[in-house]
Design a protein around this ligand. Structure first.
Ligand SMILES: NC(=O)c1ccc[n+]([C@@H]2O[C@H](COP(=O)([O-])OP(=O)(O)OC[C@H]3O[C@@H](n4cnc5c(N)ncnc54)[C@H](O)[C@@H]3O)[C@@H](O)[C@H]2O)c1
Length: 292
């Protein structure tokens, strides 16, 4: 898609972080934006900020764990903004798990799988039939993570498992639209190349009451990118970060080329991907990879 002007873009989890930056990157290129999120404060803020930039937008409560909620957002985008051209299944959370996985709270697993995996499945089920029925060029973009898609970092098994599933769904969706000869392009967005400075490490702010921990499970003690930087510094390492605006610009440029991989890597990441493939081919015993 070369021209975003007048196109309607729906962004789940669009009130903060990568989603928020996508809203501005596309809004500044003339797109109309429908943000769905569950964080009331962030929704209020982006509503004001988009209006201040004269971006035509709606900001609505939408919980991706409910397909009804996503259908309502899709209806709103079509009724109030006049169409549906780009869908970003972007909402995601970090469950903050740490320690041995057999001691995790069951509610950590449920919350993360509900939002990260069911959120994408529900988005596919709510939006794809509409994009297929419209029969015109459209984009369906899923925010995944390299952690799960091509590396297995050792410190967040629930998140990693959720993003492995997300990537499998995304790649299969891509194969299926191709097999059907549909004009919908599917892309896999990987925020990076470094840890992206967003609210992901403070996801507890939007954790639903019924899935709060009840005493079981450890707390990682990491509630922000700054906490992560401090922890790395204790091990004598410096954590590099990426601003979400850079991710959004990378994504938009990739969409202009109809790219599947919206992925920016560093030479170190490339080496990790290569080494992982080689490790499998050599049947070597895995050793833990590092974050960053
Ligand atoms: N930050 C990173 O380094 C990084 C790296 C790889 C992938 N990602 C992915 O990027 C995506 C965006 O996350 P972010 O880093 O911008 O974090 P973020 O916390 O800033 O943004 C996530 C948004 O999702 C919303 N959200 C949470 N639960 C929701 C629900 N049930 N329904 C609707 N919205 C919900 C939050 O309110 C928030 O606005 C996620 O899928 C995340 O897994 C982030």
């Amino acid at each position: 898609m070369k021209d975003f002007s007048g196109k309607v873009a729906v962004i789940t989890g669009g009130a903060s972080g990568v989603g928020r930056s996508l809203a501005f990157a596309l809004g500044r290129r003339g797109a109309k934006i429908a943000v769905g999120d569950v964080d009331g404060n962030a929704m209020e803020q982006i509503s004001l900020d988009l209006a201040a930039e004269n971006v035509e937008a709606i900001v609505e409560h939408c919980d991706v764990t409910s397909v009804d909620s996503l259908n309502a957002l899709a209806d709103s985008a079509q009724d109030k903004l006049g169409g549906l051209d780009l869908v970003f299944a972007n909402a995601g959370i970090g469950a903050g798990e740490t320690g041995a996985m057999w001691e995790y709270s069951e509610k950590d697993w449920q919350w993360c799988i509900n939002v990260n995996v069911w959120g994408v499945i529900n988005s596919v089920r709510a939006f794809m039939p509409r994009l297929v029925a419209a029969g015109k060029p459209a984009h369906f973009v899923v925010t995944g993570s390299g952690n799960g898609a091509y590396t297995i970092l050792p410190d967040a098994p629930i998140y990693t498992a959720s993003k492995a599933a997300v990537h499998a769904i995304t790649e299969n969706l891509h194969y299926q639209v191709q097999a059907g000869g549909l004009p919908v392009k599917v892309s896999a967005l990987f925020p990076g190349p470094h840890v992206v400075d967003t609210g992901l490490f403070n996801s507890g702010r939007v954790r639903p009451e019924d899935l709060k921990k009840e005493g079981e499970g450890n707390e990682s003690g990491i509630n922000s990118v700054d906490d992560m930087k401090k922890m790395m510094a204790e091990f004598g390492m410096e954590l590099q970060t990426t601003h979400p605006d850079e991710v959004a610009e990378m994504a938009v440029k990739g969409l202009e080329q109809d790219a599947f991989w919206l992925l920016e890597t560093t030479p170190e990441t490339d080496e990790k991907i290569r080494a992982r493939a080689q490790m499998i081919l050599n049947r070597e015993t895995p050793v833990p990879a590092m974050v960053g």
